[in-house]
Write a protein that binds this ligand. Sequence first.
Ligand code: ZN
Ligand code: ZN
Length: 115
Amino acid sequence: MGSIVEAACDCGYQKEMFLGGGMSDFTTRCSFPYYCNTCRSLFDGNLFLQGISCPECGGTQTRPYDDGGLCSRKGDLHAFSRWHAGKELVLTDGEYLCPKCGQFSLRFKPIGCWD
Ligand SMILES: [Zn+2]
Ligand SMILES: [Zn+2]
């Protein structure tokens, strides 16, 4: 089952993301938020794919939001976490880099489930 997570920032940026995988595609799809260094956008990438490219600009300078450089302060609560290929990728309720204003004031909040 997947999770619906809302990314929101004080600057007004807001995005609803469908993370994880659903009943029918959980063996081939596991979505996780990614950041594109080239065009500075936030998108959901599939952890099963090798080399995630950005849907906006096609660039491959991307990294998952689990990356330490995208988080200024980790929170205690997990907004979303998923084991993939022997590694746990965690999104906390801490402060993350906002793709719109460039400040570490983006927060992830779980708002529901999907399958
Ligand atoms: Zn891009
Ligand atoms: Zn912002």
